[in-house]
Design a protein around this ligand. Structure first.
Ligand code: UDP
Length: 327
Protein backbone atom coordinates (compact mmCIF):
# COMPACT_ATOMS: atom_id res chain seq x y z
CA UNK A 1 0.00 0.00 0.00
CA UNK A 2 1.40 3.43 -0.98
CA UNK A 3 1.88 5.84 1.89
CA UNK A 4 1.28 9.58 1.63
CA UNK A 5 1.82 12.41 4.13
CA UNK A 6 -0.62 15.33 3.76
CA UNK A 7 0.15 18.50 5.70
CA UNK A 8 -2.66 20.97 6.37
CA UNK A 9 -4.88 17.89 6.33
CA UNK A 10 -7.65 19.39 8.47
CA UNK A 11 -8.00 22.39 6.19
CA UNK A 12 -10.30 22.88 3.23
CA UNK A 13 -8.10 21.47 0.45
CA UNK A 14 -6.14 19.15 2.75
CA UNK A 15 -9.27 17.36 3.91
CA UNK A 16 -10.53 16.84 0.36
CA UNK A 17 -7.09 15.46 -0.56
CA UNK A 18 -7.29 13.02 2.37
CA UNK A 19 -10.64 11.76 1.02
CA UNK A 20 -9.27 11.42 -2.48
CA UNK A 21 -6.15 9.48 -1.51
CA UNK A 22 -8.09 7.21 0.85
CA UNK A 23 -10.44 6.47 -2.06
CA UNK A 24 -7.44 5.73 -4.28
CA UNK A 25 -6.33 3.05 -1.77
CA UNK A 26 -3.46 4.95 -0.10
CA UNK A 27 -2.40 4.87 3.53
CA UNK A 28 -2.82 8.52 4.54
CA UNK A 29 -0.84 10.24 7.30
CA UNK A 30 -2.63 13.50 7.99
CA UNK A 31 -0.74 16.31 9.76
CA UNK A 32 -2.07 19.63 11.03
CA UNK A 33 -1.43 22.03 13.91
CA UNK A 34 -5.11 23.06 13.82
CA UNK A 35 -4.43 26.82 13.83
CA UNK A 36 -6.73 27.34 10.85
CA UNK A 37 -7.76 23.74 10.19
CA UNK A 38 -10.68 21.96 11.85
CA UNK A 39 -10.79 18.28 12.86
CA UNK A 40 -14.46 18.26 11.87
CA UNK A 41 -13.28 18.14 8.24
CA UNK A 42 -11.57 14.77 8.67
CA UNK A 43 -13.29 13.17 11.65
CA UNK A 44 -15.15 10.76 9.35
CA UNK A 45 -11.73 9.23 8.45
CA UNK A 46 -10.54 8.50 11.99
CA UNK A 47 -12.26 5.10 12.09
CA UNK A 48 -10.26 3.88 9.08
CA UNK A 49 -7.19 1.72 9.59
CA UNK A 50 -5.37 3.30 6.66
CA UNK A 51 -5.72 6.79 8.18
CA UNK A 52 -3.56 8.36 10.89
CA UNK A 53 -3.57 11.87 12.30
CA UNK A 54 -0.54 13.68 13.76
CA UNK A 55 -1.18 16.93 15.62
CA UNK A 56 2.06 18.66 14.67
CA UNK A 57 3.44 22.00 13.54
CA UNK A 58 5.57 21.44 10.44
CA UNK A 59 7.79 24.42 11.20
CA UNK A 60 9.30 22.10 13.85
CA UNK A 61 11.30 19.00 12.82
CA UNK A 62 8.98 16.49 11.14
CA UNK A 63 9.39 12.80 11.83
CA UNK A 64 7.31 10.03 10.27
CA UNK A 65 8.28 6.42 10.99
CA UNK A 66 8.70 3.91 8.20
CA UNK A 67 8.48 4.37 4.47
CA UNK A 68 6.83 7.25 2.70
CA UNK A 69 6.07 7.41 -1.03
CA UNK A 70 4.54 10.86 -1.40
CA UNK A 71 4.24 14.16 0.48
CA UNK A 72 1.66 16.87 -0.19
CA UNK A 73 2.53 20.13 1.57
CA UNK A 74 -0.75 22.03 2.03
CA UNK A 75 -0.21 23.49 5.50
CA UNK A 76 -0.58 27.28 5.41
CA UNK A 77 -3.03 29.98 6.32
CA UNK A 78 -4.61 30.88 2.98
CA UNK A 79 -6.85 33.88 3.41
CA UNK A 80 -6.03 37.58 3.80
CA UNK A 81 -7.75 37.72 7.20
CA UNK A 82 -5.38 34.98 8.44
CA UNK A 83 -2.22 36.62 7.06
CA UNK A 84 -3.05 39.72 9.08
CA UNK A 85 -3.73 37.77 12.25
CA UNK A 86 -0.82 35.31 12.05
CA UNK A 87 1.76 36.84 9.70
CA UNK A 88 4.83 35.23 11.28
CA UNK A 89 3.34 31.71 11.24
CA UNK A 90 2.38 32.29 7.60
CA UNK A 91 5.98 33.09 6.70
CA UNK A 92 7.34 30.23 8.79
CA UNK A 93 5.13 27.47 7.39
CA UNK A 94 5.94 28.49 3.80
CA UNK A 95 9.67 28.78 4.48
CA UNK A 96 10.75 26.61 7.46
CA UNK A 97 7.88 24.14 7.04
CA UNK A 98 8.70 23.60 3.39
CA UNK A 99 12.39 23.15 4.22
CA UNK A 100 11.55 20.46 6.79
CA UNK A 101 9.28 18.61 4.38
CA UNK A 102 11.81 18.74 1.55
CA UNK A 103 14.34 17.27 3.98
CA UNK A 104 11.89 14.54 4.92
CA UNK A 105 11.19 13.80 1.23
CA UNK A 106 14.93 13.47 0.62
CA UNK A 107 15.39 11.16 3.58
CA UNK A 108 12.46 8.94 2.51
CA UNK A 109 13.11 9.21 -1.25
CA UNK A 110 9.52 10.39 -1.55
CA UNK A 111 7.98 12.55 -4.27
CA UNK A 112 6.78 15.88 -2.90
CA UNK A 113 4.12 18.24 -4.25
CA UNK A 114 3.93 21.70 -2.74
CA UNK A 115 0.88 23.96 -2.81
CA UNK A 116 1.75 27.26 -4.41
CA UNK A 117 -0.74 29.90 -5.39
CA UNK A 118 -1.85 32.50 -7.91
CA UNK A 119 -0.76 34.98 -5.23
CA UNK A 120 2.82 34.58 -6.45
CA UNK A 121 1.66 36.65 -9.47
CA UNK A 122 0.64 39.47 -7.07
CA UNK A 123 -1.46 42.18 -8.74
CA UNK A 124 -0.74 40.81 -12.22
CA UNK A 125 0.28 42.97 -15.17
CA UNK A 126 -0.11 40.01 -17.54
CA UNK A 127 -3.60 38.66 -18.13
CA UNK A 128 -4.52 35.82 -18.06
CA UNK A 129 -1.59 34.60 -15.96
CA UNK A 130 0.74 32.07 -17.60
CA UNK A 131 3.32 30.11 -15.64
CA UNK A 132 6.06 32.12 -17.38
CA UNK A 133 4.89 35.41 -15.80
CA UNK A 134 7.16 36.45 -12.89
CA UNK A 135 4.53 38.45 -11.01
CA UNK A 136 4.07 41.84 -9.40
CA UNK A 137 4.20 41.48 -5.62
CA UNK A 138 4.51 44.13 -2.90
CA UNK A 139 6.98 42.47 -0.53
CA UNK A 140 6.01 44.63 2.46
CA UNK A 141 2.22 44.82 1.96
CA UNK A 142 -0.30 42.84 4.05
CA UNK A 143 -0.26 39.97 1.55
CA UNK A 144 3.55 40.00 1.31
CA UNK A 145 3.93 37.47 4.14
CA UNK A 146 1.95 34.91 2.16
CA UNK A 147 3.08 35.83 -1.33
CA UNK A 148 6.78 35.92 -0.51
CA UNK A 149 6.64 32.75 1.60
CA UNK A 150 5.06 30.97 -1.37
CA UNK A 151 7.63 32.43 -3.76
CA UNK A 152 10.44 31.27 -1.48
CA UNK A 153 8.71 27.89 -1.28
CA UNK A 154 8.87 27.54 -5.05
CA UNK A 155 12.57 28.54 -5.08
CA UNK A 156 13.65 26.12 -2.39
CA UNK A 157 11.61 23.33 -4.00
CA UNK A 158 13.34 23.88 -7.36
CA UNK A 159 16.70 24.04 -5.56
CA UNK A 160 16.08 20.62 -3.95
CA UNK A 161 15.01 19.32 -7.34
CA UNK A 162 18.09 20.63 -9.15
CA UNK A 163 20.69 20.17 -6.42
CA UNK A 164 19.51 16.94 -4.81
CA UNK A 165 17.58 15.44 -7.72
CA UNK A 166 14.45 15.29 -5.57
CA UNK A 167 11.18 14.48 -7.35
CA UNK A 168 9.16 17.67 -6.89
CA UNK A 169 5.86 19.06 -8.16
CA UNK A 170 4.53 22.62 -7.83
CA UNK A 171 0.83 23.45 -8.22
CA UNK A 172 -0.24 27.10 -8.49
CA UNK A 173 -3.73 27.06 -7.07
CA UNK A 174 -6.20 29.76 -8.13
CA UNK A 175 -9.30 30.69 -6.08
CA UNK A 176 -10.97 27.41 -5.15
CA UNK A 177 -14.29 26.90 -3.36
CA UNK A 178 -16.62 24.22 -2.12
CA UNK A 179 -17.89 22.46 1.00
CA UNK A 180 -15.66 22.74 4.13
CA UNK A 181 -14.48 26.26 3.36
CA UNK A 182 -14.24 28.07 6.66
CA UNK A 183 -17.23 30.33 7.09
CA UNK A 184 -15.21 32.96 8.93
CA UNK A 185 -12.06 33.02 6.81
CA UNK A 186 -13.08 36.34 5.26
CA UNK A 187 -12.95 35.07 1.69
CA UNK A 188 -15.56 36.31 -0.66
CA UNK A 189 -17.62 33.12 -1.10
CA UNK A 190 -18.12 32.23 2.59
CA UNK A 191 -18.50 35.96 3.30
CA UNK A 192 -21.36 36.44 0.80
CA UNK A 193 -23.05 33.13 1.62
CA UNK A 194 -22.81 33.76 5.36
CA UNK A 195 -24.24 37.25 4.90
CA UNK A 196 -27.12 35.87 2.84
CA UNK A 197 -27.87 33.24 5.50
CA UNK A 198 -27.80 35.78 8.33
CA UNK A 199 -29.93 38.26 6.41
CA UNK A 200 -27.17 40.87 6.14
CA UNK A 201 -26.19 43.03 3.19
CA UNK A 202 -23.44 41.66 0.93
CA UNK A 203 -20.17 43.61 1.34
CA UNK A 204 -18.42 44.27 -1.98
CA UNK A 205 -14.94 45.74 -1.54
CA UNK A 206 -13.97 48.63 -3.81
CA UNK A 207 -16.28 49.24 -6.78
CA UNK A 208 -16.49 45.49 -7.41
CA UNK A 209 -14.80 45.74 -10.83
CA UNK A 210 -11.94 43.48 -9.67
CA UNK A 211 -12.18 39.98 -11.11
CA UNK A 212 -11.62 36.45 -9.87
CA UNK A 213 -12.03 33.02 -11.49
CA UNK A 214 -13.46 30.40 -9.14
CA UNK A 215 -12.67 26.69 -9.38
CA UNK A 216 -14.83 24.02 -7.74
CA UNK A 217 -12.91 21.88 -5.26
CA UNK A 218 -13.47 18.52 -7.05
CA UNK A 219 -11.87 19.93 -10.20
CA UNK A 220 -8.96 21.35 -8.23
CA UNK A 221 -8.31 18.03 -6.48
CA UNK A 222 -8.38 16.16 -9.79
CA UNK A 223 -5.78 18.57 -11.23
CA UNK A 224 -3.54 18.18 -8.18
CA UNK A 225 -3.84 14.39 -8.32
CA UNK A 226 -2.88 14.32 -11.99
CA UNK A 227 0.06 16.66 -11.41
CA UNK A 228 1.40 14.50 -8.58
CA UNK A 229 1.24 11.43 -10.81
CA UNK A 230 2.85 13.23 -13.78
CA UNK A 231 6.57 13.59 -14.41
CA UNK A 232 6.49 17.39 -14.73
CA UNK A 233 8.53 19.31 -12.17
CA UNK A 234 7.83 22.93 -13.17
CA UNK A 235 4.89 24.93 -11.79
CA UNK A 236 1.43 24.30 -13.25
CA UNK A 237 -1.61 26.58 -12.87
CA UNK A 238 -4.71 24.72 -11.72
CA UNK A 239 -7.84 26.84 -11.68
CA UNK A 240 -11.00 27.64 -13.58
CA UNK A 241 -10.53 30.33 -16.26
CA UNK A 242 -14.18 31.44 -16.09
CA UNK A 243 -13.67 35.03 -14.87
CA UNK A 244 -16.26 37.30 -13.23
CA UNK A 245 -16.25 40.71 -11.55
CA UNK A 246 -16.95 40.65 -7.81
CA UNK A 247 -19.93 42.95 -8.37
CA UNK A 248 -21.55 40.54 -10.85
CA UNK A 249 -20.66 37.68 -8.56
CA UNK A 250 -22.54 39.35 -5.68
CA UNK A 251 -25.61 39.56 -7.94
CA UNK A 252 -25.28 35.84 -8.74
CA UNK A 253 -25.17 35.03 -5.04
CA UNK A 254 -28.24 37.18 -4.38
CA UNK A 255 -30.14 35.18 -7.03
CA UNK A 256 -28.84 31.81 -5.84
CA UNK A 257 -29.60 32.38 -2.17
CA UNK A 258 -32.87 34.27 -2.69
CA UNK A 259 -31.79 36.85 -0.12
CA UNK A 260 -33.72 40.12 -0.08
CA UNK A 261 -30.65 42.02 1.09
CA UNK A 262 -28.65 44.36 -1.14
CA UNK A 263 -25.04 44.99 -2.02
CA UNK A 264 -23.12 47.57 0.02
CA UNK A 265 -19.67 48.89 -0.83
CA UNK A 266 -16.61 49.05 1.44
CA UNK A 267 -13.00 50.17 0.89
CA UNK A 268 -10.84 47.94 -1.29
CA UNK A 269 -8.16 46.25 0.86
CA UNK A 270 -4.56 47.22 0.15
CA UNK A 271 -2.91 45.32 -2.74
CA UNK A 272 -6.12 43.49 -3.61
CA UNK A 273 -5.35 42.11 -7.10
CA UNK A 274 -7.54 43.81 -9.69
CA UNK A 275 -7.76 40.86 -12.03
CA UNK A 276 -7.06 37.17 -11.89
CA UNK A 277 -7.57 34.42 -14.43
CA UNK A 278 -5.43 31.33 -14.93
CA UNK A 279 -4.05 30.39 -18.31
CA UNK A 280 -4.46 26.61 -18.10
CA UNK A 281 -2.92 25.64 -21.45
CA UNK A 282 -0.11 23.81 -19.66
CA UNK A 283 -2.47 21.75 -17.45
CA UNK A 284 -4.52 20.84 -20.53
CA UNK A 285 -1.47 19.80 -22.51
CA UNK A 286 0.54 18.02 -19.82
CA UNK A 287 -2.18 16.61 -17.58
CA UNK A 288 -5.12 16.43 -20.00
CA UNK A 289 -6.98 18.37 -17.30
CA UNK A 290 -9.62 21.06 -17.41
CA UNK A 291 -12.39 22.00 -15.00
CA UNK A 292 -15.77 20.33 -15.46
CA UNK A 293 -18.00 21.91 -12.81
CA UNK A 294 -19.64 25.22 -13.78
CA UNK A 295 -20.16 28.05 -11.32
CA UNK A 296 -23.92 27.56 -11.00
CA UNK A 297 -23.57 23.90 -10.03
CA UNK A 298 -20.56 24.43 -7.77
CA UNK A 299 -22.04 27.42 -5.95
CA UNK A 300 -25.27 25.53 -5.31
CA UNK A 301 -23.37 22.62 -3.74
CA UNK A 302 -21.37 25.07 -1.64
CA UNK A 303 -24.44 26.95 -0.48
CA UNK A 304 -26.12 23.65 0.42
CA UNK A 305 -23.11 22.96 2.65
CA UNK A 306 -23.27 26.34 4.38
CA UNK A 307 -26.99 25.81 4.96
CA UNK A 308 -26.20 22.76 7.08
CA UNK A 309 -24.19 24.85 9.58
CA UNK A 310 -25.88 25.67 12.86
CA UNK A 311 -27.09 29.15 13.81
CA UNK A 312 -24.31 29.27 16.41
CA UNK A 313 -21.63 28.58 13.80
CA UNK A 314 -23.13 31.17 11.48
CA UNK A 315 -22.93 33.82 14.19
CA UNK A 316 -19.23 33.24 14.85
CA UNK A 317 -18.33 34.84 11.52
CA UNK A 318 -15.89 37.71 11.64
CA UNK A 319 -16.19 40.58 9.29
CA UNK A 320 -13.24 41.44 7.20
CA UNK A 321 -12.91 45.17 6.89
CA UNK A 322 -9.42 46.47 6.30
CA UNK A 323 -10.43 50.05 5.63
CA UNK A 324 -8.84 51.41 8.82
CA UNK A 325 -5.58 49.56 8.11
CA UNK A 326 -5.30 50.94 4.60
CA UNK A 327 -4.74 54.52 5.58
N1 UDP B 1 -14.26 40.59 -1.32
C1 UDP B 1 -15.41 41.34 -1.25
N2 UDP B 1 -16.20 41.22 -0.11
C2 UDP B 1 -15.91 40.38 0.90
C3 UDP B 1 -14.73 39.59 0.81
C4 UDP B 1 -13.92 39.72 -0.33
O1 UDP B 1 -15.72 42.12 -2.16
O2 UDP B 1 -16.67 40.34 1.88
C5 UDP B 1 -13.40 40.72 -2.53
C6 UDP B 1 -11.93 40.91 -2.23
O3 UDP B 1 -11.62 42.27 -2.04
C7 UDP B 1 -11.29 40.35 -3.50
C8 UDP B 1 -12.26 39.25 -3.93
O4 UDP B 1 -13.48 39.50 -3.24
O5 UDP B 1 -11.24 41.33 -4.52
C9 UDP B 1 -11.78 37.84 -3.58
O6 UDP B 1 -11.39 37.84 -2.23
P1 UDP B 1 -10.91 36.55 -1.48
O7 UDP B 1 -10.42 36.97 -0.13
O8 UDP B 1 -11.96 35.52 -1.56
O9 UDP B 1 -9.69 35.99 -2.35
P2 UDP B 1 -8.34 36.65 -2.91
O10 UDP B 1 -8.40 38.15 -2.80
O11 UDP B 1 -7.24 36.08 -2.10
O12 UDP B 1 -8.37 36.21 -4.31
Amino acid sequence: MKKILITGAAGFLGSHLCDRFINEGFHVIAMDNLITGDLKNIEHLFKLEQFEFYHHDVTKFVHVPGKLDYILHFASPASPIDYLKIPIQTLKVGALGTHNLLGLAREKKARILIASTSEIYGDPLVHPQTEEYYGNVNTIGPRGVYDEAKRFQESITMAYHRFHGLETRIVRIFNTYGPRMRLNDGRVIPAFMGQALRGEDLTVFGDGSQTRSFCYVDDEIEGIYRLLMSDYSYPVNIGNPNEITIKDFAEEIIKLTGTTQKVIYKDLPQDDPLQRQPDISKAKEILGWEPKVGRAEGMKKTFDYFKTLSKKELKKTEHRDFSSRNK
